[in-house]
Design a protein around this ligand. Structure first.
Ligand code: PLP
Length: 331
């Protein structure tokens, strides 16, 4: 295993299911569509952060921390899963969230509170100022905070998606063995934001010689910005794992055509994607990440971006609780 030398705790329900989407495939008349269900990782309604937290929590335990601290948007899925992981391993948890107290406590924020996290509102302060400040205050009070960066995206967290790529290729090999039919994805598409998921997948792909396309559909960053972040984090993650490769921005396939009116602003693309996946396959997407990414994928299919007969995997990265934070806006 690529990550076997790293400390890791068990949090996620793995392997997550790899399932065909036959009704969608038939309806769209395009490539053969499959889904990887990381919405089913099991930690407080699931999502991609459970994989990253297996490595981050192990590191926090090794460092003798007593508080996990992280930050994000008011409806951050990462914050919610960090709060759950903290509770499960006996840490306190401080979440530094953007903006000010919203009128209603719902969606991820409701779960943060149920899971016992302390929420600090950043107000006008950017997170990279408010998070270190909160950590400093905890230190001054005699606590030992472990600071998890935005999205859990550092080499420790991204290792979770190196392992995820290995898991996927293992599932493909197993399927080939049992069915006798070649099982390879020509494209893997998913929501990309803080770069941890895509970097990890890219490192895993390079190490295991997966040669299909890994397409990050950006939910908030211009492609050039995200590609630079990806090159830095993938290079650092490879080094963390003792693998001798480096990455350049041009190594990453990022599509930023679907940024719409900005992060977390739900539009027709996302609403249509949620309805299509829900009504055709009975699977819930979230309005911020997976809805935007799947909306982009549907648009690409419609525009003929894939060859007939190609196999495309949509990697569902979670966010289910976010649906309840948006209410009717998601309809
Ligand atoms: C549901 C969901 N999907 C995708 C992402 C993006 O993952 P990453 O930040 O690793 O790029 C996030 C990140 O917050 C998320 O919550």
């Amino acid at each position: 295993m690529l990550t076997e030398k790293l400390s890791r705790v068990s949090i996620a329900h793995l392997p997550t299911p790899l399932e065909p989407l036959p009704r969608l495939t038939a309806q769209l008349g395009g490539p053969e569509l499959w889904i990887k269900r990381d919405d089913q990782t099991g930690l407080a309604t699931g999502g991609n952060k459970a994989r990253k937290l297996e490595f981050l929590v192990a590191d926090a335990l090794a460092q003798g921390a007593d508080v996990l601290i992280t930050g994000g948007a008011a409806q951050s899925n990462h914050a919610r899963q960090t709060a759950a992981a903290a509770a499960k391993f006996g840490f306190a948890c401080t979440l530094v969230l953007r903006g000010k107290v919203p009128a209603r406590v719902q969606g991820n924020l409701l779960l943060d509170r149920l899971l016992g996290a302390e929420v600090v509102w950043a107000g006008e302060r950017p997170l990279d100022e408010a998070m270190p400040q909160a950590a400093e205050e905890l230190r001054a009070a005699g606590r030992q905070p472990y600071v998890i960066p935005y999205g859990g995206s550092n080499p420790v967290g991204a290792s979770g998606y190196v392992a995820a790529m290995e898991e996927l290729l293992g599932q493909c090999a197993e399927r080939e063995r049992t069915t006798g039919v070649r099982m390879r994805f020509d494209h893997i598409a998913f929501a990309s934001s803080s770069s941890g998921t895509q970097s990890g997948l890219a490192v895993g792909a390079r190490a295991l010689q997966y040669d299909g396309r890994i397409l990050g559909i950006s939910v908030d960053q211009p492609a050039g910005v995200l590609q630079s972040m990806l090159a830095d984090l993938a290079t650092a993650t490879a080094e963390h794992l003792g693998l001798g490769f480096t990455f350049a921005p041009g190594d990453f396939d990022v599509n930023d055509d679907y940024l719409g009116s900005g992060y977390g602003v739900v539009g027709d693309l996302e609403r249509q994607a949620l309805r299509t996946m829900g009504r055709t396959e009975g699977i819930i997407l979230d309005p911020v990440y997976t809805g935007r990414a799947f909306g982009g994928l549907l648009d690409l299919i419609e525009r003929g971006a894939f060859q007939p007969g190609e196999r495309v995997l949509f990697w569902h990265t979670g966010g289910t609780a976010g649906v309840f934070g948006y209410g009717e806006k998601a309809l």
